[in-house]
Design a protein around this ligand. Structure first.
Ligand code: ATP
Ligand code: MG
Length: 366
């Protein structure tokens, strides 16, 4: 009898609307399989938490996140909170979760559903059946390295400085995550870095090679220069399965891969921490890539697919429920095949539906 602890943090804007569709699926799965119980907690985050408590996430909510097996996060932010103090802005809630739970591995799948292949920025023949997983290191590298400053020089000149820093440990732990993922997918991993011009690149190359050899030598490992990787993603994206890379390259490559799949409303993500020494469980947070979409919130128009697909990732990566995750993804594909579309993915001749109808259709297919 497995009990899975979930913390639902719907947040602001469309976050609450799309979370409602995930709750339907949680209830369904719980009722379906008597050997699985979902223990669901809920709390506020972002602007909603600021309005209630004066901060973007409370210590109490953080304690729940810490105790949960997976945090399911909607979206935060909106004009209403444009003028709140910087440390209390809605995004601070998400940043605290990432930092305090030490979620260093950001997983961004780029899956092209056949029904949406024509919405891709590439030709259908290139993206049909595309299923890539980018693993981006999230807590180190150029975005966090010190010094980070703008220095005044003589004569009004200034110098901007960012510092790219990685340690062996930081690289090793994210490469392990990527190798674990490769093992449950097609056993193939690419590591993208610039070892030809960067010292951190040399370290990424060295550590990846060593970790692969010691930890998962059966996985096919390919080292690829990050610029070549960007090019190959456009030229022949299906040659990739899992790609692991640093924070900066991962930011760029994951956006590039995302545009092959259609709309922002389709893209899920996961952020994982290190496995616990005794239980082997990882801290994990699952969220759609998109934001709170203030322009459409409250109207029942949001596409719930990114949120539902994020929950499918939780089933796969936190709960070992890969079959159920596959079933959800297949249900999404079938509903798209049947012609239902939310406004963001609307195409000629298709049937326009709202958030709730889309969620219900996926549930019924499931
Ligand atoms: P953030 O800074 O939080 O990323 P943003 O304004 O950059 O916010 P989003 O909130 O993701 O980005 O919205 C960008 C655009 O995409 C908006 O026009 C929004 O309506 C649309 N959009 C985002 N998510 C969805 C969704 N799930 N369904 C439909 N449209 C969406
Ligand atoms: Mg944005």
């Amino acid at each position: 009898m497995a009990t899975h602890k979930l913390l639902l943090l719907p947040g602001d804007g469309i976050g609450t609307e799309i979370m409602a569709e995930v709750e339907k699926i949680i209830d369904f799965l719980g009722s379906q399989d008597s050997s699985v119980t979902f223990e669901v907690e809920r709390d506020l985050v972002g602007g909603a938490a600021y309005d209630a408590h004066g901060e973007a996430i409370t210590d109490a909510a953080m304690a729940k996140a810490d105790a949960a097996d997976a945090v399911i996060f909607g979206a935060v932010g909106g004009q209403k909170w444009d003028d709140v103090p910087y440390e209390h802005r809605p995004e601070a809630g998400l940043l605290r979760l990432r930092k305090d739970l030490d979620l260093f591995a950001n997983l961004r799948p780029a899956i092209c559903y056949p029904a949406l292949a024509d919405a891709s920025s590439l030709k259908r023949s290139l993206v049909e059946g595309l299923d890539i997983l980018i693993v981006r290191e999230l807590t180190g590298g150029t975005y966090f390295g010190e010094p980070k400053e703008i220095v005044d020089l003589a004569d009004g000149e200034q110098r901007g400085v960012d510092t790219t820093v990685y340690t062996t440990r930081e690289i090793d732990r994210v490469v392990r995550v990527a190798l674990d993922l490769a093992k449950v997918r097609t056993n193939k991993l690419h590591m993208a870095a610039k070892w030809n011009v960067m010292k951190t690149g040399v370290l990424w190359q060295k550590v990846t090679t060593a970790t692969h050899k010691a930890y998962a030598p059966d996985v096919e490992l390919n080292l690829i220069l990050a610029d070549n990787c960007a090019m190959q993603l456009i030229r022949n994206p299906r040659q990739f399965d899992v790609i692991v890379t640093d924070n900066l390259f991962g930011d760029i490559l994951s956006d590039e891969a995302a545009m092959m799949t259609g709309s922002l409303g389709m893209l899920p993500s996961a952020s994982l921490g290190a496995p616990d020494g005794s239980t082997g469980r990882r801290k994990a947070l699952y969220e759609p890539v998109h934001g709170s979409a203030p322009d459409i919130s409250g109207q029942g128009l949001a596409n719930p697919i990114a949120m539902i697909a994020s929950f499918a990732m939780a089933l796969r990566y936190s709960f070992g429920m890969g079959q159920q995750a596959d079933a959800i993804e297949q249900a999404i594909a079938k509903v798209l095949d049947s012609g239902l579309r939310t406004a963001d993915i609307m195409q000629d001749g298709k049937t326009k539906v709202g958030t709730e109808q889309m969620g219900t259709a996926i549930l019924q297919e499931l």
